[in-house]
Design a protein around this ligand. Structure first.
Ligand SMILES: [Fe+2]
Length: 197
């Protein structure tokens, strides 16, 4: 299940909104300028590579590319298949986008499999979207956000859509709350997953 949780930025202990209902989540996110949709997921082997993932979703990907003028797509995958140093690789990948940042392009992701959480910090609110296989989410360019893929069992495969090759570099805000990075103040991906009903 997908989950959306909202807090006031100064009250990370008190949720002001929580839903696991697709319609309610899409409605709430659209008010924030964030597109949210779901596609039917396809059966794919565990070891599916980028080519196989893109082939499985070719029709949906081509339609979205045409609709939004995306130039390129690729597949980001983090899965423990027994490779050496997985924990280090996963920790490094998590660290990279855990601090609040913006991009000069939209961050558009279709979750093929697994889970990851986007946190959007918009004015005085923070919204966590725990995405799972089937979810399509678009973080608008310039929106401050961070992403947590978890530490307990990092596992996700996502198709990424780009308008150009340049836009997808993180511009870090170094936003602090009580002297700590803002992302350390809110429930983590693992905690949110554990809280789902
Ligand atoms: Fe990002």
């Amino acid at each position: 299940m997908t989950l959306l949780v909202t807090w006031n930025v100064n009250e990370p202990e008190t949720e002001t909104f929580r839903s696991q209902e697709k319609e309610a989540i899409a409605q709430q996110l659209s008010k924030l300028g964030v597109s949210f949709d779901q596609w039917a997921t396809k059966e794919l082997p565990e070891d599916a590579d980028q080519e196989a993932v893109l082939a499985a979703y070719e029709a949906e990907v081509e339609e979205l590319k045409k609709e939004h003028n995306f130039v390129t797509v690729d597949v980001a995958k983090l899965k423990n298949t027994g490779q050496p140093n997985f924990a280090e690789t996963a920790a490094g990948a998590r660290e990279k986008f855990l601090d609040e940042h913006t991009h000069s392009d939209d961050e558009v992701r279709f979750f093929v499999d697994g889970r990851g959480t986007f946190y959007l910090h918009l004015e005085d609110t923070v919204h966590a979207i725990v995405c799972e296989g089937g979810d399509l989410v678009s973080v608008p360019k310039g929106a401050t956000h961070w992403f947590d893929m978890g530490t307990e069992n990092p596992d996700f495969t996502a198709i990424r859509f780009f308008h150009d090759g340049e836009g997808w570099v993180g511009d870090f805000t170094e936003e602090k709350l009580e002297g700590e990075p803002i992302s350390t103040k809110f429930a983590t991906h693992d905690a949110l997953v554990a809280s789902m009903s």
